[in-house]
Design a protein around this ligand. Structure first.
Ligand code: HEM
Length: 479
């Protein structure tokens, strides 16, 4: 078939008389030969379908990309570290000192300048990923874009958040210094505290009664393989749904383009260039940070049993769980053969409740009513949703109090004082936020964040003075 087409093309080319000394008539167009890759993969088709895909312009939209790129940086630096790290707590003799093999291998990593900087970048990137995932989800929460039709992507997002926290927790177990062993031991204790099934779940996850010889290989496999694979699959699903449903858009788009159209910069070349710049900027900042501020140097903690594991506080992203545990009195009661204690309530029920509230936000939000054809396609000004804002800010204030609780001894705060703060601070801040949002909403015209046509839509051809949006190569307007 290809041969026939080729012959046909040659015949057509030879059929046109080409007078000697004269230029080719303007009407005859020479078909540009396809590139080697194009002939095999037909990438032009992909470019035609997605190259002009519009990416709305709003700075907060970079938070999702930052989460994605942090994951990429973690994978790259993690692969490098995996070439040198040994997941074993067997004791070996090094310079007349007996050390767990994992600890010794991290000491070796620290002794090589390049490997050391990769270790630091890996650690800083974990902080950055958690910070950007949290901020990304908060922007979706406060702008109300978790509503129909994006509920499913919201739930996948919450799972991604939980997996990211899990990966960070498991990462801490690997250096096997005194901090690692104490912190992982706390996690093991919390897993064991689950009534009825805790023993089995904890032993399966931690490779036996922690710490045993089986622990590190199991935690390592979960950290480098199982969780990253689940994250990669989850992110792929998150992105596929995003492409299918398209981005929500900032309010100004509703005035400039008809509902159903996405206004923004085209994927090729502008969004692609912006994304590459962001990735390189993140890489550069993480390297600079790592060069000047090392995180978790082994010498600060020493091998297990060296004594500094006493008052181990987790990093900021798990500090709220640790703080809440400190707000609970020690208790234990038995129901139908199961034991319920402080560790279970503080370590699992409380974070489970916060994650549950987050997961079900789209269904708890009364504005996300079941109305036919009511799709939320634009960012809603946050103050237009006073209840959402007040509840969100109050929960954040409560989490702020748990941070204080984590420093209970240093701040000399009693459990009673902490509970008083935990009631008063969120109530006052939540109420203040509610009235502030209400007053803002009253003073501004209502903005309809659904895909319903706005009365004031400016025809696309007049949207940008002097030019038609769709003819301006710097803008894209896609379906
Ligand atoms: C590994 C973690 C995550 C990655 C890599 C990621 C990535 C992204 C990216 C690149 C976007 C498009 C840009 C944007 O709208 O900001 C996006 C959109 C979205 N994400 Fe995430 N995300 C993650 C976690 C989360 C979390 C924790 C939630 C919610 C709890 C969430 C919910 C959503 C929703 C609902 C959208 C569509 C938003 C819209 O169109 O307005 N994501 N995500």
């Amino acid at each position: 078939m290809r041969e026939i087409t080729k012959m046909g093309e040659q015949a057509a080319a030879t059929a046109i008389p080409q007078p000697v000394g004269e230029t080719r008539p303007a009407a005859v167009r020479v078909r540009k030969p396809k590139s080697w890759l194009e002939e095999r993969l037909g990438l032009d088709g992909l470019m035609n379908s997605y190259g002009r895909k519009a990416f709305p312009v709003h700075t907060t939209f970079f938070l999702g990309e930052m989460s994605l790129f942090s994951f990429v940086i973690l994978v790259i630096t993690g692969i490098y570290l995996g070439l040198l790290y040994i997941p074993s707590n067997v004791e070996i003799a090094i310079n007349d000192q007996k050390l767990p093999q994992a600890y010794a291998s991290v000491q070796f990593i620290e002794s090589l300048p390049v490997a050391n900087i990769f270790r630091n970048v890996h650690h800083w990137a974990a902080h950055l990923m958690l910070a950007s995932v949290i901020l990304h989800s908060l922007r979706i929460l406060f702008f109300g874009t978790y509503r129909k039709p994006r509920e499913l992507n919201w739930v996948i997002g919450v799972v991604l958040f939980a997996l990211t926290l899990g990966a960070a927790f498991l990462g801490y177990s690997l250096p096997y210094d005194s901090f690692s062993v104490t912190a992982t031991g706390v996690g093991y204790g919390i897993a064991r505290s689950v009534p009825y099934v805790g023993g089995i779940v904890a032993d399966l996850t931690f490779g036996g009664t922690y710490p045993t010889l089986g622990s590190l290989p199991r935690l390592y496999t979960l950290h480098i393989f199982v969780i990253p694979l689940l994250l990669a699959g989850g992110i792929a699903a998150h992105m596929a749904i995003l492409v299918k449903q398209k981005h929500t858009q900032p309010g100004y788009s509703k005035r400039l383009a008809e509902p159903g159209k996405v206004l923004g910069v085209p994927l090729a070349p502008y969004q692609a260039i912006l994304a590459i710049q962001l990735l390189l900027l993140m890489f550069a900042s993480l390297f600079l940070l790592s060069a000047f501020i090392p995180v978790h140097p082994l010498a600060a903690y020493g091998p297990p049993g060296a004594g500094s594991g006493g008052d181990v506080k987790p990093d900021w992203y798990l500090l709220w769980v640790y703080g809440f545990l400190k707000m609970l009195p020690s208790f234990e009661f038995h129901v139908l053969g199961g034991t319920f204690n402080q560790e279970f309530v503080g370590g699992l029920v409380f974070p489970g409740a916060i994650f549950g509230l987050y997961t079900f936000a789209p269904w708890l939000d009364k504005t996300n009513k079941r109305v036919l054809n009511r799709y939320y396609e634009y960012l809603e000004p946050p103050r237009q949703g006073p209840v959402r804002m007040a509840v969100g800010v109050a929960v954040l204030a409560f989490i702020g109090v748990t941070f204080l609780a984590a420093y209970k001894e240093q701040l000399n705060l009693s459990v009673a004082a902490l509970w008083l703060l935990a009631v008063i601070v969120p109530a006052v801040i939540g109420a203040g936020t509610y009235f502030w949002a209400k007053s803002g909403a009253r003073n501004r015209p209502y903005f309809d964040p659904t895909g319903e046509a706005a009365h004031e839509v400016v025809p696309a051809s007049e949207a940008v003075p002097g030019t038609a949006v769709q003819d301006d190569p710097e803008y894209a307007l896609s379906d």
